[in-house]
Design a protein around this ligand. Structure first.
Ligand code: GLV
Ligand code: MN
Ligand code: MN
Length: 420
């Protein structure tokens, strides 16, 4: 097969998508279901139509672009990622897996090759948790990990419900229709920047992901007592920020002392109320993000943080209600997909290494309903979720080439899904 990746065209599409943003370049901000996100979706839809793909959208706004295979009754092979971007992000997170997949499909089309199983490019809704507090909304619902009932409870910071927001954005139909039956897809493969430094450090151009770490996130509210910063004396204060500070340091300590460098824990949001220089903080909203490759170790960290919170309730007289947003199990990638990725690297003489994904991805949830795998390419300094995120056109093109080869192999004959 003569696969030719149009690197310059792909690069200019990445640049064009980066311009559909709510941030000042080079930063990119594209939050789900905002007018900007909708403009980006329309732009992408047009590109898929130009590639002669049939496009549909489900009730949560996942977009599916299908290149029909010669046997439309065979389970399709899926690929894709997300184009929503957290505030002040870069151009490549998710985007490489969407535009790269489109270019992989176009390269297969140009080569004159025709799949037996259809190939579907999926644009997943809200991989980032920015608006509704929970990541991978689209793939969680496709896999049945997030129920329609739980999804209907979700609201954004302005109080608008997911139901209102998605319908306003044109995602019609009942959420009950989103879940995929097991066996719907023959396989799923996601191309992504590594978001870490390993590939760059080792000089290996491709990473084949074998497992995806287990993410968990909590919302915590620390409630104390406010008052005048001058008039209320120190003994007996219930300063919510001081209690929150102890929690934040306990989170760091719990991860540092887990016994493994695979444990990571972050407090990324700390909202102080009322936020006045001469007022004792009465309320602090914290977000907690804990991940590990090992589920038990991850949960041990969560328990240590809860124990610290209980201790602070007794010691400082504050209250600390918390809400578990998600506590997901890790995923193992399917040997069906990793095997195909390895063969594709070898076909093109490209070095690769196997690795763990420490970030979560839509593949984490797609692995619940289909044999799934991921291909990583390097990104400069391992930077991601920041405006200077960068992957070179050459590295992207290599990833797209291997993705195209893998899609060709997986779609050449029906794959019997072995996921129960
Ligand atoms: C995805 O963006 C993650 O936070 O891992
Ligand atoms: Mn991200
Ligand atoms: Mn991503």
């Amino acid at each position: 097969m003569n696969l030719r990746i149009e690197q310059d065209r792909l690069q200019s599409e990445i640049e064009a998508l980066a311009r559909i943003s709510d941030a000042t370049p080079p930063a990119v901000t594209r939050v789900v279901f905002t007018p900007t996100d909708q403009e980006a979706r329309r732009w992408l839809r047009q590109l898929c139509l130009e590639a002669r793909m049939a496009v549909r959208q489900d009730a949560i706004g996942n977009m599916f672009a299908r290149w029909a295979g010669s046997d439309e009754s065979a389970p399709p092979i899926a690929t894709g990622s997300h184009i929503d971007a957290i505030p002040n992000a870069g151009k490549y997170d998710g985007v490489v897996g969407v535009l790269g997949a489109l270019e992989a499909i176009r390269a297969l089309q140009r080569s004159g090759w025709r799949p037996l199983c259809s190939i579907e490019l999926i644009l997943f809704t809200s991989e980032e948790p920015t608006r509704f507090g929970i990541g991978c909304l689209g793939s969680r619902m496709l896999s049945g990990t997030l129920t329609p009932g739980a999804a209907r409870q979700l609201t954004d910071d302005s109080g608008e419900t997911l139901e209102q927001v998605r319908k306003k954005a044109g995602a019609q139909g009942e959420l009950e229709s989103v879940r995929l039956p097991s066996g719907h897809y023959g396989a799923f493969v996601e191309l992504h920047i590594e978001q870490g430094p390993l590939l760059e450090r080792t000089g290996v151009p491709l990473g084949i992901v074998e497992s995806i770490a287990a993410p968990a996130s909590y919302k915590m509210l620390v409630e104390g007592a406010g008052g005048h910063a001058g008039a209320v004396l120190m003994p007996g204060r219930k300063d919510a920020l001081c209690a929150a500070a102890e929690i934040i340091l306990a989170v760091e300590q719990a991860a540092l002392s887990s016994g493994s460098s695979d444990t990571v824990a972050t407090v990324g949001i700390c909202d102080v109320f009322p936020g006045a220089v001469n007022s004792i903080p009465s309320r602090v909203r914290l977000s907690l993000d804990v991940r590990d490759t090992d589920l038990q170790r991850r949960d041990k960290v969560l328990h240590a943080i809860q124990a610290k919170a209980q201790h602070l309730v007794a010691e400082r007289g504050v209250s600390i209600p918390f809400q578990i947003i998600n506590a997901d199990a890790p995923a193992s990638c399917s040997s069906l997909v990793t095997g195909s990725l390895i063969r594709s690297c070898k076909t093109h003489g490209l070095p690769f290494q196997t690795m763990v994904s420490r970030a979560y991805h839509d593949a984490l949830f797609m692995s619940r309903v289909a044999p799934a795998g991921m291909l990583f390419i390097p990104c400069r300094n391992g930077y991601s979720h920041r405006p200077d995120e960068y992957a070179s056109p050459e590295d992207i093109a290599r990833g797209v080439l291997v993705l195209a080869e893998t899609l060709a192999e997986l779609s050449a004959q029906p794959v019997t899904a072995i996921v129960s």
